[in-house]
Design a protein. Structure first.
Length: 346
């Protein structure tokens, strides 16, 4: 199955890159806020709380835009991404981070982008560009160095590792479900209803949420609201916007910037000075993401022969610089038979 990526003009490509950058910044900020909120909420309660807040914010925005319900063809992908990514990923990640140290969790969860790159190349027909594979591998090594810096190797229980692995699988399969849905509905529709589906899937934790909210300090409750508005509603919308305009593999590689941004935010906001290995790992992440996102034209590849006009940039001009010879001028008798007094071929 080949999934078409929305054709993007030069200005739109810049907006898509900006949207991906916003996603990375907000998802990185989530780790800093979760560190303060997670002691006061159970994993399911925190996931449900931020999903409810995100669904309300996105629903209000959707109503203002007047976009309504997505097309029927988009619903399988919306439900899949809602259950697997918004539901399974959120709960498994929160639970896993209570069992293992941050470094181990970061290393295991970062298997997700690798799964996305491999599965999207196979199931979505995106292929396996050499630069993408090399970039993802480098970024994974860099993210692993950042994650393992300061972690306690060998002390992670198997259950916690399995929960983080479940989170990675939920993320990867959720993205693969979301990508085709973006071909039938807008990014706002896919994100809004995906978030709502995730909230419904987490409703069994409603009792725990009510209990935890009653006992949590105001700062932790505000942190949950922040997680719902920014890293959930806004960041997942900008993610879907960018995903509709590039391949799933490239977007997955971009998420490897998150650990590096987390280290920088912790340095600036919490006064946690990063170590030299963390800085080296962050640099490797940057190099890997840069390699993975380089245009395919730099690899000497030629455009697809079966590409439709919608897949090409109209400002780029024809691919062949040699113009085709003009058609032979019709005979006078032929023009009269066609009833074309201007002498132009129809």
């Amino acid at each position: 199955m080949t999934v078409r990526t929305e054709a993007v003009r030069r200005g739109g490509e810049g907006r898509a890159l900006l949207a991906a950058g916003i996603t990375v910044l907000l998802w990185a900020s989530a780790f800093v806020v979760i560190r303060d909120a997670v002691p006061h909420f159970s994993p399911g309660a925190l996931a449900l709380g931020r999903l409810l807040v995100g669904a309300v914010v996105l629903g209000a925005f959707l109503a203002v835009r007047g976009e309504g319900f997505p097309a029927r063809a988009a619903w399988p992908g919306i439900i899949g991404s809602g259950v697997l990514w918004f539901g399974v990923y959120f709960v498994a990640l929160n639970w896993g981070e209570q069992q293992v140290d941050a470094g181990t969790a970061s290393l295991v969860v970062n298997i997700g982008p690798i799964l996305i790159a491999l599965l999207s190349g196979w199931l979505l027909g995106e292929g396996f560009p050499a630069r993408l594979i090399i970039g993802v591998a480098l970024a994974f090594v860099g993210a692993g160095v950042v994650g393992l810096t300061g972690s306690h190797a060998g002390q992670a229980p198997l259950f916690g590792v399995l929960l983080c692995l479940l989170a990675a699988i939920g993320c990867a399969t959720g993205v693969l479900a979301q990508k085709p849905a973006l071909g039938h509905a807008s990014a706002l529709q896919v994100t809004t209803f995906g978030c709502a589906v995730g909230a419904v899937a987490c409703l069994p934790f409603a009792g725990a949420l009510v209990h935890d909210l009653a006992a949590a300090p105001p700062r932790a409750a505000l942190g949950m609201v922040y997680l719902g508005v920014f890293p959930t509603a806004l960041a997942f919308y900008t993610w879907a916007y960018a995903l509709a305009r590039t391949t799933a593999g490239k977007m997955a590689a971009t998420t490897y910037l998150v650990p590096t941004v987390v280290v920088l935010m912790s340095w600036l906001l919490l006064g946690e000075v990063p170590s030299l290995p963390a800085l080296a790992g962050g640099t490797l992440c940057l190099v890997g993401v840069a390699i993975s996102r380089r245009p395919a034209r730099t690899e000497g590849t030629s455009p697809r022969k079966d590409a439709s006009p919608a897949d090409t940039d109209p400002a780029a001009g024809p691919p062949d610089p040699t113009p085709a010879p003009p058609p032979p001028r019709p005979h006078k008798d032929e023009l009269q038979q066609e009833g074309n007094p201007d002498g132009l071929r129809r």
